[in-house]
Ligand binder design. Structure first.
Ligand code: KG4
Ligand code: ZN
Length: 337
C-alpha cells in the first residue's frame, strides 16, 4: 500500500510517499520546500506569504515526489493531508490541493492531526518502540507531553500555557542577535562552552502545576540578563547561550522525568524541531532508567513522511475524510481518542 503524505501547517511544504508492507513501512520518496529564509526578514512566519508559497510549491513537489518514487499517482492508495493544528491559510492550501487530487482521481482522502504525525514520527525509523510511550513534542509552536497508549489513543500529561520550547529558544536567540528562527544557531553557540558564570531560575522546579509547562517567566529572566550585559554582550554571548540552553533543557527534562515517574512509563519519544538539540539529547541519554528514542533530524522537523504514516494507520482503520470537510487550526491531539 502506498500513501502520499502532504504537510503545509506552517512554513514547510513537505510531501512523501510511504510504502506499507507486512513487515513495516518504507519511505520511498520525499520532497520539502522550506520557507525559513523568506520569513527570516520579517522575524517570524508571515501567514499570508506562507500560504501563497505553499500554493506555488505543492504542484512542483508532487511531480518530483512521484518521479523520485517512480510511481504514477494512480498507484497511490490514499492521500493523507494535515488538517490541523496550524495556520489556517496554510492548512487550507494543503487540504484544498489534496481534495483536488482526490476528486480528480478517486483516491481516498485522510485528514491528519499534525501532532499525531510528530508523535508517531519516531516509529518511522524505530518501529520497535513499545507502547505505551511518552511523547515529548517540542517544536516552535508546541510543547506537550502525551502518554501514547496505542496509535490513535493519546492522553495529555502536560502542555505549555504560554510559549513553546522552540519559541523560547528563538526569542532568546533574537535577543542575542540571531535571525529568526535562531534556536539552532543559539544551540551551536552554546555548544562552544562547557560552563558559564550566569544563572537563570529553575522555572519548572518552582511550578506547582505538574500538567503545565511555562516559559514566559524564563523569557523575562533571559531578557533582563541579556540587558544587564549591555556594552559587553559580545564577550559573553556564548556563555549566555550556554545558560539559556541549559535552563530550557533542564525545564524539559524535569517535566519529562516527573511524567515518567508518575505514570510508570520507561519508553520516551522526543519529537519536533527542538528534539534536534544535542544538549537535550545528551542529558536524556544519560538517564539510566528510561529509554529515549528520537527521529533523525529531518523527521524531527515538519515532514511529509510522518503525515503519510499517521494517514496510513487511519486509512487502515477506515477513517476517510469527506471532501466537504474543513481545516481545524485548533485541534488538540488528545481529542482524537
Ligand atoms: O518542528 P519544527 O520544525 O517546526 C514547528 O512546527 O515549529 O520546529 C522548529 C523549532 C524552531 O523553534 C527552531 O528554532 C527549533 O525548532 N530548533 C532548535 C534546534 N533545531 C531547531 N531548537 C534548539 N536546538 C536546536 N538544535
Ligand atoms: Zn510541527
Amino acid at each position: 500500500m502506498y500513501i502520499l503524505g502532504i504537510e503545509t501547517s506552517c512554513d514547510e511544504s513537505a510531501l512523501a510517499v510511504l510504502k506499507f508492507t507486512d513487515s513495516g513501512t518504507e519511505i520511498v520518496s520525499e520532497q520539502i520546500a522550506s520557507q525559513v529564509k523568506m520569513h527570516a526578514d520579517y522575524g517570524g512566519v508571515v501567514p499570508e506569504l506562507a500560504s501563497r508559497e505553499h500554493l506555488r510549491s505543492l504542484p512542483i513537489l508532487l511531480e518530483r515526489v512521484l518521479a523520485e518514487a517512480e510511481i504514477d499517482l494512480k498507484e497511490i492508495d490514499a492521500i493523507g493531508v494535515t488538517r490541523g493544528p496550524g495556520l489556517k491559510g496554510c492548512l487550507l492550501m494543503g487540504l484544498t490541493f489534496a481534495k483536488g487530487l482526490s476528486l480528480a482521481t478517486g483516491i481516498p482522502l485522510v485528514g491528519v492531526n499534525h501532532i499525531e504525525g510528530h508523535i508517531l514520527s519516531v516509529l518511522l525509523e524505530n518501529p520497535e518502540v513499545q507502547f505505551p510511550y511518552l511523547g515529548l513534542v517540542v517544536s516552535g509552536g508546541h510543547t506537550e507531553i502525551l502518554l501514547v497508549h496505542e496509535v490513535g489513543k493519546y492522553e495529555l500529561i502536560a502542555r505549555t500555557i504560554d510559549d513553546a520550547a522552540g519559541e523560547a529558544f528563538d526569542k532568546a536567540a533574537n535577543l542575542l542577535g540571531f535571525d529568526y528562527p535562531g534556536g539552532a544557531a543559539l544551540a551551536a553557540l552554546a555548544d562552544e562552552c562547557s560552563s558559564s558564570k550566569f544563572e537563570l531560575p529553575k522555572v519548572m522546579r518552582e511550578s506547582k502545576h505538574t500538567g503545565q509547562f511555562s516559559f514566559s517567566g524564563l523569557k523575562t529572566a533571559i531578557s533582563l540578563l541579556v540587558r544587564e550585559q549591555n556594552g559587553s554582550l559580545d564577550a559573553v554571548r556564548s556563555e549566555l547561550a550556554y545558560t539559556i540552553q541549559e535552563s530550557i533543557v533542564e525545564a524539559l527534562v524535569f517535566k519529562l522525568k516527573q511524567a515518567a515517574n508518575e505514570h510508570g512509563v520507561r519508553n520516551v519519544a522526543v519529537v519536533g524541531g527542538v528534539a534536534c538539540n544535542s544538549s537535550l539529547r545528551g542529558v536524556l541519554d544519560d538517564l539510566t532508567d528510561i529509554s529515549v528514542y528520537y527521529p533523525s533530524p529531518k523527521y524531527c522537523t515538519d515532514n511529509g513522511a510522518m503525515i503519510a504514516l499517521a494517514a496510513g494507520y487511519r486509512f487502515q482503520a477506515g477513517e476517510l475524510l469527506p471532501v466537504d470537510s474543513d481545516v481545524k487550526p485548533r485541534w488538540p491531539v488528545e481529542s482524537l481518542s
